[in-house]
Write a protein that binds this ligand. Structure first.
Ligand code: CU
Length: 137
């Protein structure tokens, strides 16, 4: 939980590592990710890797009550999956009703080392994550 100020009002907000939006994950195609989620809040949590093609790791997809039990307060869960044959910028988000409003971030999947982008190399890259501001809730 962290007090987050948006539109001149502060409120306790569920974040990832105190960050809102949460941290950007950088990886390369074919990397295996081990992402340890420790639930320090009093709500159930799970994280969905939006757009990531789970190849034989459907259990790591993240939707609570669908592919896994939610991570309960005080519990730990390690997502373990491989980014097989995919590149690009996707996002991850909580897969528990309202938590998805504040618990999200980007996941950047770079080409394999030594493999160029399928377009001219950009001069600069910036990750943009669109979100909403919760006010008067
Ligand atoms: Cu999603």
């Amino acid at each position: 939980m962290k007090n987050i100020t948006r539109l001149c009002s502060s409120k306790p907000t569920v974040t990832v590592n105190g960050r809102y939006p949460g941290p950007t994950i950088y990886a390369r195609e074919d990397d295996t990710l081990l992402i340890k989620v420790v639930n320090h809040v009093k709500y159930n949590v799970s994280i969905h890797w939006h757009g990531v093609r789970q190849v034989r790791t459907g259990w790591a997809d993240g939707p609570a009550y669908i592919t896994q039990c939610p991570i309960q307060p005080g519990q730990v869960y390690t997502y373990n999956y491989t980014l097989t044959g995919q590149r690009g910028t996707l996002w991850w988000h909580a897969h528990i009703l309202w938590l998805r409003a504040t618990v999200y971030g980007a996941i950047v999947i770079l080409p394999k080392r030594g493999v160029p982008y399928p377009f001219p190399k950009p001069d600069h890259e910036k990750v943009i994550v669109l979100g909403i501001v919760l006010s008067h809730v």
